[in-house]
Design a protein around this ligand. Structure first.
Ligand code: FDA
Length: 390
């Protein structure tokens, strides 16, 4: 049995490493136990290998949670600017790609190296390749792995969510939550492509086509690109909306985000000899224009088409209803919506209210960010909140 630690952090991902570094630098003796062979594997593949490490505009409105207020405290106390300053202190070059999304110019490896250096400064011990067999609680916590047993008065669950099991992601955090009697908000895949069936399979024929759109699901709306795939719908606008979409519900795509529903009527007045199909081909990629024209079931010169039909077509293009028949699941989901209920936790420290010494942070918690650096910002902010409290 190894004693001598003030805290054990389970999981050497974004949140766990940040938390361990903060606590270590405050003089706490911290042990991190990681199942994978190396720390920070999800960070390494994030942002296409360049890690979208934060979003400069990150605020509570960019997160989903059963309690939308929960994330406020941690996000306010450790901001995107704070993480950016840390990145700059390591001389890591970065750029804003779009919409406040900050990426490394070089490689995501630089972010992992930063976190490991911060841990080293705090004397944190990181052990990889540890299979956790048992977690027991008496007057502290005892963690048993295949290499031995470790004890500490505080335990931090930072093992993430079940998205991308191929990367070693598991529902282990939820198993531990159940063991400790903490409530869960039903986890479901988020930032995930949606699948189409029935009559909508026709859209699969235009796999590879993308277009700027605005996508709405459950009152949330995102103006970015959508991509048609061989299984259905993807691209940033769809991924964002997927976090809000529920099975059985419709998804609305505005194919004319910069125009209004009278677009075709205006075109009829300006150029009555233009064909509807040709007009749509001017506005959309040709294959998308063709499928939309076919589905609108209108053909011929604009001047010969009734105003009523053109207005209805414009309205349909502004609010095209899709009925996805599912998602591509955790295998393709960038994150998980749901998780350990925030009702169980202190929003200031991430401590479990009913279990002294137990903390949970990062994606394991029912706080999920939009696409665009928001999830890492939550990992950093919740990691700091717990790290400063340990
Ligand atoms: P994370 O998953 O990072 O870490 C959990 C750790 O716990 C892992 O190292 C895991 O191996 C370990 N673990 C699991 N079970 C264990 C067990 N039983 N025992 C011990 N250890 C265990 N976000 C963003 O803001 N910008 C981006 O660019 C991207 N890009 C991106 C790309 C892809 C492909 C994915 C899948 C995800 C993203 N994300 C993202 C989301 C982001 O990666 C995610 O939100 C954070 O990594 C969550 O951090 P955590 O530390 O909570 O979990």
């Amino acid at each position: 049995m190894e004693h001598g630690f003030d805290a054990i952090v389970l999981g050497a991902g974004a949140a766990g490493l940040m938390c361990a570094a903060r606590a270590g630098q405050r003089g706490r003796r911290v042990l991190v136990l990681e199942r994978a062979s190396a720390p920070g594997k999800k960070i390494l593949i994030s942002g296409g290998g360049r890690c979208n490490f934060t979003n400069i505009g990150a605020g509570p409105a960019n997160y989903l949670s059963a309690n939308p207020h929960f994330a406020k405290s941690a996000l306010a106390r450790y901001t995107a600017q704070d993480f950016l300053e840390l990145v700059e202190s390591y001389g890591i070059a970065w750029h804003e790609k779009t919409l406040g999304q900050l990426f490394c110019d070089g490689s995501a490896k630089q972010i992992v190296a930063l976190l490991l250096e911060e841990c080293a400064k705090g004397g944190v011990e990181i052990r990889c390749g540890e299979e956790i067999a048992r977690v027991e609680q008496d007057d502290g916590f005892t963690i048993t792995t295949q290499t031995g047993s470790y004890r500490a008065p505080a335990l931090v669950i930072a093992t993430g969510g079940p998205s991308i099991p191929k990367m070693g992601a598991t529902g282990f955090a939820y198993d531990l939550a159940r063991q400790f009697g903490l409530k869960l908000v039903e986890p479901r895949p988020a930032l995930v492509p949606l699948t189409l069936g029935g009559e909508e399979v026709l859209f699969r024929d235009i796999s590879g086509v993308s277009a700027p759109v605005a996508v709405s699901a459950n009152e949330a709306s995102f103006a970015e690109a959508a991509l048609f795939t061989h299984r259905g719908l993807s691209g940033p606008a769809i991924l964002q909306a997927s976090s809000y979409w529920r099975p059985g519900e419709p998804l609305f795509v505005d194919f004319l985000p910069q125009r209004d529903a009278a677009w075709l009527l205006d075109a009829k007045r300006a150029n009555p000899r233009a064909g509807l199909r040709a007009h749509l081909r001017d506005a959309f990629p040709a294959r998308l224009a063709d499928i939309l024209t076919d589905k609108l079931a209108l053909e011929g010169e604009l001047g010969n088409l009734p105003d009523k039909a053109l207005r209805a077509a414009g309205e349909r293009l502004k609010r095209w209803e899709f009925r996805p028949n599912g998602t591509e699941g955790f295998a393709k989901a960038e994150v998980t919506v749901g998780g350990i209920s925030t009702a169980e936790l202190s929003s200031k420290t991430m401590a479990a209210k009913r279990i002294p010494g137990l903390y949970t942070i990062g994606e394991a918690v029912d706080v999920t960010g939009w696409l665009g650096g928001y999830n890492f910002q939550w990992a950093w902010a919740s990691g700091v909140a717990a790290g400063d409290a340990l």
